[in-house]
Design a protein around this ligand. Structure first.
Ligand code: HGY
Ligand code: MN
Ligand code: MN
Length: 418
């Protein structure tokens, strides 16, 4: 059961302020279609970080940054040396992203901190907010880069050396961001944390379809990313017979078609996506000599992922024709189960606040997956309209966002009292 102290924190949530802050943040990197484009460590991302830190500094919270640019905002506790309760998400977006993916978890954590201040609730443990660098993995691969580096799942050196399509490295982009959004304090990786909680929109259709306000997230499905590079030879489109061609795009299409057939399961539970295709020289009258395409593969069962991934390279080799092909795995994250005690706390908070809820496994990946092996962790979902996300039309209601923030506040207060 959630104690009265924590419920008071939940009732102090100011839904209007939370909604207003989303509107403010959405002005940065606003796209024509009403979405957001604040790609990781871009000028827009830096501006979003600066806006958040302005709100935090206005409250007197301490701000710090770690070697990969993860931001931390600290609300002090009465026991300064106690490990903090950590909550947050990401501010970077997809190129045609939405106004809530990631942003909600960051602004909900800030709202909890401010609601605690406004209601004069002092807590033994400090409460800290985190903004993870490059959760989306669109400009710099892979996805959840900042939390992976923090957790030691990716080596910092290789992450810093990663380049975007224009050849700019993460290290250089971090240096540019530091100028645009200077941060006074510094932080190490994997510092002691009492518990981690992340609020997020579901990015899927379940909660809305079942008219549930809160998703009690029990875990995250497994995720694997691959780069497939097909190499052939350029040739004249008008004069070269098919028999003499080494057409990299023709081979790539055959590979993708075969992989689609492999992952076309009756249960519609396998998530197979080719989201990026780069063709060289990308000229209408030249046979392509190089194609790079990405694979994003997800499933709740690691054995199913293993069975599929064991077939990817053989299928690509089988369909390469006269071309060469190289398959490289760029991320492999196992299905994650959250801490049962934290999951139970989220459920109890939803019940105490009389909010409809259901347990759910996350189809999208999140930074919380790297926190789960280090600290007791969990997530709180709220619905998004028609389950649409990674889209300019991504939408949520002020009421649902506020409800999720109340559950977050109750859980954080409960954990900070321990
Ligand atoms: O890809 C994902 O699942 C996350 O939304 N970036
Ligand atoms: Mn997200
Ligand atoms: Mn996302």
């Amino acid at each position: 059961m959630i104690n009265e102290h924590s419920l008071r924190a939940a009732r102090a949530i100011d839904g209007e302020r939370l909604w207003r802050r989303h509107a403010e943040m959405a002005k940065i990197g606003a796209t024509q279609g009403g979405g957001s484009n604040r790609q990781a460590l871009s000028p827009e991302d830096a501006a979003g970080r600066a806006l958040l830190l302005g709100w935090a500094r206005a409250r007197g919270y301490a701000v710090s940054i770690d070697p990969i640019g993860n931001l931390f905002v600290r609300r002090p506790g009465t026991r300064a040396d106690a490990a903090p309760v950590l909550s947050g998400s990401h501010l970077d977006t997809q190129p045609l992203g939405g106004r809530f993916d990631g942003v909600y978890g960051v602004l909900a954590a800030l709202e909890v901190m401010e609601a605690l201040d406004d209601s004069g609730i002092a807590l033994p443990r400090p409460v800290e907010l985190v903004v993870w660098t490059n959760e989306e993995g669109s400009r710099f691969a892979p996805v959840t880069m900042g939390s992976a580096a923090f957790a030691g799942a990716l080596p910092l050196e290789s992450v810093l050396a990663t380049k975007d399509a224009a050849g700019l490295s993460v290290a250089d982009a971090l240096a540019e961001t530091a100028v645009r959004c200077p941060v006074e304090g510094s932080r190490s990786f994997r510092f002691p944390v009492h518990a981690y909680l992340e609020a997020h929109i579901e990015q899927g259709p379940v909660l809305e379809a079942e008219r549930k306000t809160i998703g009690v997230v029990s875990g995250i499905q497994g995720l694997r990313w691959y780069n497939v590079e097909v190499t052939g030879e350029t040739a004249h489109a008008g004069t070269t017979p098919r028999a003499r061609r080494k057409d990299a795009l023709r081979a790539a299409i055959a590979m993708v078609t075969a992989l689609e057939a492999l992952t076309d399961d009756v249960a519609d539970a396998i998530r197979f996506t080719v989201g990026r295709v780069e063709v060289r020289p990308n000229s209408p009258n030249t046979v392509p000599d190089r194609v790079l395409f990405t694979i994003d593969l997800r499933h709740t069962d690691a054995a199913v992922l293993d069975a599929i991934t064991s077939r990817i390279d053989p299928i690509c080799q089988q369909h390469r024709g006269p071309c060469a092909v190289r398959v490289t795995e760029t991320i492999n994250s196992k299905p994650t189960a959250f801490d049962r005690r934290i999951v139970g706390l989220v459920r109890a908070a939803a019940e105490s606040l009389e909010l409809s809820h259901r347990d759910i496994v996350s189809g999208a990946t999140h930074d919380a997956k790297y926190m789960a092996p280090l600290y007791p962790s969990g997530m709180i979902f709220v619905p998004c309209e028609r389950g649409v996300s990674h889209s300019e039309i991504e939408n949520a209601t002020p009421e649902d966002l506020a409800a999720g923030a109340r559950v977050l506040a109750a859980c954080i207060a409960e954990l900070a009292l321990e």
